[in-house]
Design a protein around this ligand. Structure first.
Ligand SMILES: NC(=O)c1ccc[n+]([C@@H]2O[C@H](COP(=O)([O-])OP(=O)(O)OC[C@H]3O[C@@H](n4cnc5c(N)ncnc54)[C@H](OP(=O)(O)O)[C@@H]3O)[C@@H](O)[C@H]2O)c1
Length: 241
């Protein structure tokens, strides 16, 4: 059975991506930071489908924890077919108020972790027949929203990393990014913020976690000639002025 590693697999997009990959026939290695219960639920559901599932805890903002995560993933799964760098943080702060600590935490989790986790798992990826890395970026990395300078920079860096690795790791490893638009509103959005956002989405609705999960499965199963691409899944939001 092919194996997929998903970071941040206990909630929301990561959880949906993991479940969709299990349904598509992948054994799962689920990374989690705090949402252990959610990851255990995904593991139970994957096992009910006949897949194997392991759960691995790590704070991806801590390089030592990232190294031991990579070591335990390599030990449990010598060949990794799909790595989904989904875990990330999101925080609204005015540019002049962003501290070095906030900047480094943002870069550490959103950019350094995908960089060094992919590097550490490369031998296992290369051991799979058609390996794929998918990075979760954001349409906001290329068309910006005010008050997210450190977040925007981290996701723009992840887009650049996607393209760099698609070239350098070819022809063995494909590397793509998925840029969600608004997929499940942030919990702190009130009714007015939700209405204002929906008015800017031509397809007239927020995306669902399954919209993203289906795109990951498409890249894994149906797209052997797609690499180095950033796929917006945003209801055409980024297509209009
Ligand atoms: N939802 C959207 O509309 C949207 C839009 C654009 C881009 N995205 C991107 O899509 C991805 C998933 O989005 P989401 O909305 O599902 O995110 P979310 O609900 O904010 O979940 C964040 C995930 O990142 C993990 N995480 C946070 N801090 C961590 C740390 N220090 N170490 C390890 N893991 C950590 C969390 O793990 P635990 O829960 O286990 O702690 C959680 O699984 C993110 O990269 C996000 O930037 C989402």
């Amino acid at each position: 059975m092919p194996t997929a590693v998903i970071t941040g697999a206990g909630i929301r997009l990561g959880k949906a991506i993991a479940l969709a990959l299990a349904e598509a026939g992948y054994d799962l290695a689920l990374h989690v930071h705090r949402s252990t219960e959610g990851a255990e639920e995904v593991a139970t559901r994957a096992r009910a489908l006949g897949r194997t599932a392991t759960v691995h805890r790590a704070n991806l903002g801590d390089p030592k924890e990232l190294e031991s995560l990579a070591a335990s993933l390599r030990a449990a799964h010598p060949a990794i077919d799909v790595l989904v760098n989904n875990a990330g943080i999101f925080e609204r702060v005015a540019f002049e108020d962003i501290t070095r600590e906030q900047y480094h935490r943002m870069m550490g989790i959103n950019l350094e972790a995908p960089f060094f986790l992919t590097q550490a798992l490369l031998p296992a990826l290369r051991a799979a027949p058609q390996p794929l890395v998918v990075n979760l970026t954001d349409i906001g990395a290329e068309r910006v929203v005010s008050h997210y300078a450190h977040y925007t920079a981290s996701k723009a860096g992840l887009i650049a990393l996607t393209r760099a690795l698609a070239v350098e790791l070819a022809p063995r490893v494909r590397v793509n990014a998925i840029s969600p638009g608004t997929v499940i509103f942030p919990e702190d959005y009130d009714e007015a913020a939700r209405r204002e956002t929906l008015a800017r989405i031509p397809l007239g609705r927020e995306g669902s976690a399954e919209d993203i999960a289906r795109t990951v499965v498409f890249l894994a199963r149906e797209a052997p000639y797609i690499s180095g691409q950033v796929i917006a899944v945003d209801g055409a939001r980024s297509a209009q002025l």
